[in-house]
Write a protein that binds this ligand. Sequence first.
Ligand code: SAM
Length: 261
Amino acid sequence: MKRPIEFDDIADIYDYYVTTDLDIPFYLNQLGRLKGQVLELMCGTGRVSIPLIKQGISLTCVDYSAKMLEQFKDKLSSNNLQARLVEADVCKLDLGSRFDAIFIPFHSFMELIGEQKQVAALERINAHLKDDGVFICTLHNPGPRTRVVTGEKVLRGEFLLPNEQTLVLYSKEQINQGRSMIIGTQYYMINNKSGELLLERQIDIAFSLIEKDRFEYLAKRAGFTVHKLYGDYSQGSFDYRNSPFMIYLLGKSEQWHPGDK
Ligand SMILES: C[S@@+](CC[C@H](N)C(=O)[O-])C[C@H]1O[C@@H](n2cnc3c(N)ncnc32)[C@H](O)[C@@H]1O
């Protein structure tokens, strides 16, 4: 089945253009003190995982892209680090164990398209969380995120690759009719050092726009309670109009009953 974003097709170049570390101090702060087992979902090539493992955090990392995991595995062995990597869909997760903390970095929960998948993932996550565990779920705040959608093809940046090659990345995004998703295309051009085009790739992208109240309703239904909501990675308080992100710290709640709001 076609995935909303086919990460297998860009796994070899992902680390050259996704170089941000804006969220790393947040995770080190939240998880660094923890002695137990931590589960990272939608881990990709280990952008967040590697700094956490270096701090001694014991990680199990899940992703459904075999190629993203291959990149991650190479980085682990070249850094002489260890983590358990599992190729699996978060909506069908069944690891047979429970964790002290679970997190989804980089707003990737939004890559689950449609409420059926979002609910399935939340239920599987709840089943893998210890009773006193914490689930950190990160999402874009739909208002500010949609304000930067222009419908135009926009240059995202130029990035250096090995052998003096350059990656030029453009993207085009639009909001779908029901305003429930951002859909679009990313365009990758790889040039040699003289600027000649060597290779072009294109991938479709799609991610859900999930409003705060809706996410909280779904999380509650899946057995979570909201402990904290931050609006950014400096742990600033959430402002519905302006905060770029919704960064949730969730715990397990008492049983949810139909009819509960
Ligand atoms: C934007 S990347 C983020 C990777 C990494 N966490 C980071 O911060 O750089 C999203 C990742 O989620 C994975 N993913 C998307 N949907 C998934 C699903 N249903 N189950 C498991 N992994 C999924 C993709 O394969 C991709 O590696």
